[in-house]
Design a protein around this ligand. Structure first.
Ligand SMILES: Nc1ncnc2c1ncn2[C@@H]1O[C@H](COP(=O)(O)OP(=O)(O)OP(=O)(O)O)[C@@H](O)[C@H]1O
Ligand SMILES: [Mg+2]
Length: 240
C-alpha cells in the first residue's frame, strides 16, 4: 500500500480488517471495503483540488445561509439550485441588488456544490476578469484565455458594476459571454438591475447584447433586504 501510495487503504486497513474478521466477511467483501476507502480518499482529494483551483474568496455553504434573515430570497428555489441541474442544462444564475445580502455567499456555496459534483469551476470578480481579458488582448493570448474560460462548467463572475466597464472591456466580456452561451453556466452577481447596466457600460448596444445572452436561459434573483454585514449593528447604533 505504501509503495503504491494507497493512502486511503493505509489509513483504514486496520479497522477494516478488524471489521472483516468480526463479521466473517468473505475475501471479496473485505477487498471491496478496502478499495472503498481508497476511492473515498481519492474523491476527497479531487474535490479539494477543484475547490482550490476555483479560487473562492471564502468557503461558505448553503447550510450556513440564514434564509430567515433575507425573506426576499426564495429559499426553495435556491435549495433546488443546489441539485445543479442548471449546470447540467448550461443555464445561468443571476443575483442582483444591494450590498451584503448574500450574493457572493450563495454563489460560492453553489460553486462548492459544483466542485463536489466534480464540475470544473472558477470564481473571479468582474474587475479582475476584465483586467485579465484586457491584458491578454494586448499580449496576444486572448484566444487561449477565452478557450480556458469556455472549458469550465461553471464560471462565477462576482460584482459586475462596482467599476465602470470601458468600451473595449465590454466587447471582451461580450465575446466571453457569447462563447459560453448555451455551452456552460455563468453565475453573475451585480448591484445593478439590468435597466441600470447602461450606467456601468459605456456601450449600450453591447450591454444589451450581453444581457440578452445572459438572461435567455437564466434564473434571476432580485434580492431586497438589509445587509447581513450590518446585522445587529444598526440596532445597536440606534439604541445608543
Ligand atoms: N442570510 C445570510 N445568512 C448568513 N450569512 C450571510 C447572509 N447574508 C450574508 N451573509 C454573510 O455576510 C457577508 C456578506 O455577504 P456577501 O458577501 O454574500 O454579500 P454580497 O451580497 O455579495 O454583497 P456585496 O454586493 O457587497 O458584494 C458574508 O460573510 C456572508 O457569508
Ligand atoms: Mg459580493
Amino acid at each position: 500500500m505504501q509503495a503504491l501510495k494507497l493512502k486511503g487503504m493505509l489509513a483504514h486497513y486496520r479497522e477494516v480488517t478488524e471489521k472483516a474478521s468480526q463479521n466473517n466477511l468473505s475475501y471479496t467483501e473485505y477487498l471491496s471495503l478496502l478499495f472503498e476507502e481508497e476511492l473515498k480518499r481519492k474523491n476527497e482529494g479531487t474535490v479539494k483540488t477543484k475547490i482550490n483551483k476555483a479560487r473562492f474568496p471564502f468557503i461558505k455553504t448553503l447550510e450556513e445561509f440564514d434564509f430567515s434573515f433575507q425573506p426576499s430570497i426564495r429559499e426553495k428555489e435556491i435549495i433546488a439550485l443546489g441539485s445543479l441541474d442548471f449546470v447540467e442544462k448550461k443555464e445561468n444564475v443571476i443575483f442582483l441588488r444591494p450590498p451584503g445580502v448574500g450574493k457572493t455567499h450563495l454563489s460560492v456555496a453553489l460553486g462548492i456544490k459544483a466542485c463536489m459534483a466534480k464540475y470544473r469551476v472558477a470564481f473571479i470578480t468582474a474587475q479582475k476578469l476584465l483586467e485579465e481579458l484586457l491584458l491578454s488582448a494586448k499580449d496576444g493570448s486572448l484566444l487561449d484565455k477565452l478557450l480556458g474560460y469556455s472549458r469550465l462548467n461553471l464560471l462565477i463572475i462576482d460584482e459586475l458594476g462596482y467599476m465602470p466597464v470601458s468600451k473595449e472591456q465590454a466587447n471582451l466580456l461580450f465575446r466571453l459571454v457569447s462563447m459560453r452561451y448555451e455551452k456552460g453556466s455563468i453565475i453573475l452577481t451585480s448591484n445593478y438591475n439590468f435597466n441600470e447596466w447602461g450606467e456601468i457600460f459605456s456601450d449600450q448596444v453591447v450591454a444589451a447584447a450581453i444581457i440578452d445572452r445572459l438572461v435567455h436561459h437564466a434564473r434571476i434573483f432580485y434580492i431586497n433586504g438589509t445587509s447581513y454585514r450590518l446585522k445587529g449593528k444598526l440596532k445597536a447604533a440606534n439604541d445608543r
